[in-house]
Design a binder for this molecule. Structure first.
Ligand code: FE2
Ligand code: FE2
Length: 308
């Protein structure tokens, strides 16, 4: 356990980075631009469209744009429960470390702006794509369900989301030169403000952990597993909706087995994007192993193995 002084320095670093990278939606990110629909949105490393080699180039590109639209919408909606939970745990610092409190307030402020950004983006993408796309999740309803679980579990879920945000940008999006420039920039700017979020999750999750009895932690692990299954339920339904939208808007009609292959490929890509890049991230596994017993980690890994 670090001394409170060392932790204050970490929070102070988060404030410093947050001040330095802060951006404006119009002035820095959008800059009067539109999406370039002759380019892909999500890179192949995330969309895995290159594995669906029976799709023509323009069909693959369209599928990467559908996945990219879903990707932006997913962030907009997970950020609803992230803000609510971070506001709630900021209470730990209200009458204590004011540097920590400021860092967490900035975290929430940034996520509020990100939600606004992703709402704007959805409207812009909608104008450039055929009607009928569906992202039916109500951010408030999903947030209420997530927030009914233990804070320990929700912080675990949030931590892995904020780690994968960074991995996706640094290991895939940044490296691909064939993406719409605006789409790529969205996630460049998003990444800049996400770096400190994972740093703060890393400080907050152990604080929450110390409040729990062994029995409560056992339950929290169950809650985390249930949350991951809930995420997977959303991914299954969204993958089906996205593949349906793709097949309705391609010039040719796909055979049943081709449609099945596309659905399997998209679901695998979504599970990779939203579950496994986070849960296999070395920082996630390291912190999780500090907070859990061997038996609890085995429960988590066998639950993940059932997902695929
Ligand atoms: Fe964000
Ligand atoms: Fe974040």
């Amino acid at each position: 356990m670090q001394s409170p002084h060392v932790e204050t320095e970490h929070y102070a670093k988060c404030i410093e980075i947050s001040q330095k990278v802060r951006w404006d939606i119009d002035k820095d990110v959008i800059r009067g631009r539109e999406f370039d629909f002759s380019q892909k949105f999500l890179p192949n490393g995330l969309s895995r469209i290159d594995q669906l080699d029976f799709l023509k180039t323009d069909e693959q590109r369209f599928l990467s744009q559908i996945q990219g639209r879903t990707y932006a919408n997913m962030f907009g909606f997970v950020e609803r429960f992230i803000v609510a939970k971070i506001l709630e745990i900021s209470r730990n610092h209200w009458l204590g470390d004011q540097i920590a409190l400021e860092a967490l307030i900035r975290f929430c402020d940034e996520e509020m702006k990100h939600q606004e950004l992703f709402r704007r983006i959805e409207k812009m993408i909608e104008r450039g794509m055929p009607p009928g796309y569906s992202f039916r999740w109500d951010p408030n309803e999903v947030a209420a369900a997530v927030l009914s679980k233990s804070t320990w579990a929700v912080l675990g879920l949030i931590y892995q989301i904020e780690l994968f945000t960074q991995t996706h940008y640094k290991e895939s999006i940044e490296l691909d030169d064939n993406l719409s420039g605006l789409y790529k920039d969205l996630f460049l700017f998003h990444w800049k403000e996400e770096v400190t979020h994972a740093m703060m999750d890393e400080l907050e999750w152990p604080i929450e952990d110390q409040k729990l009895t062994p029995e409560e932690r056992e339950q929290a692990v169950t809650d985390l597993i249930e949350l991951v299954y809930d995420v997977d339920g959303i991914l299954q339904a969204q993958a089906a909706a996205d593949v349906e939208y793709l097949s309705r808007n391609c010039e040719r009609s796909f055979r049943e087995e081709e449609k099945k292959k596309i659905l399997t490929g998209v679901l695998e890509a979504y599970r990779w994007q939203y579950i496994f890049t986070g849960t296999t991230h070395h920082r996630f596994t390291e912190l999780l192993s500090n907070l859990t017993t061997e038996g609890q980690r085995q429960r988590i890994s066998s639950a993940l193995a059932k997902i695929g």
